[in-house]
Design a protein. Sequence first.
Length: 287
Amino acid sequence: MTTDAPSAETRSPWRELGPGIYVLRTPAFRMNVGLIVGSEQALVVDTGAGPLGAAEVYSHVRAVTGLPLVVVNTHAHADHFFGNSYFAAHGVEEFWATSRCGAVQAENGEDQRTLVAAVEPAMGAGEGEHTRILAANRLVEGKPVDLDLGEQSVTLFHLGRGHTDHDLLVGAGNVLFTGDLVEEGTDPAFEDSFPVDWVRTLGKVTALEDLYDVFVPGHGEPVAVEDVVTQMNTMRSAIRVTRMAMDEASVDMTKAIPILPYGPEQSRALLIRLRTLAHWKWLTRKH
């Protein structure tokens, strides 16, 4: 069974975006958790950075619904899936992600513990209850997957590389949960991204405006398609400027940083990532 929508009187942290579709922003990392409630099951989009945050999210979920839960991980960054073990300990059996995401979670999860240590000390140390790295066990292999929650349908699909090489989108009603493919209020994170592909993938996301008119970023406020277009065009311009600096072999590429549309940290990350990918492409062609 389901309960009524959260009311203002209960000071619920959930924001309703559509019938049975909610978003909650976690204090740590400003990460958005999605909740989609059907008549038979409910689905949680991303689980947080560890057991402390996951316990809080789970409590908020249970304030809305007592239905069996399914979890979706949008990608394999610690702040989005390190709460999986807590949810598994509380009865969740299905954890969905792209097949590549599942592999990255299993291969690189341990290396990400230090990223959450400040807010999740036990998770950072790998000690205590619910601190095991738990990878997805239900995989989206290529074709979209439709999940029937009972009077509520959810579509899981991958449109291409971007923030990572395995970003999963979650569509329900008129709402699209985009993970970190879309950001609001902060610069995109380029560290293990594919910037050129990211622009193309955002173009595919904007083409879905006939299906979705609310786009929930991995962090920050839900946005409209116009905001996604702005992010796409800004990123395209930043890549163009960075490539021009890379083509000027006699010029220190870091001189491009002040004129990029991002802060120094992510401008530098974009520059390094584009240079790394260009070098890798050159090596593969040579060999």
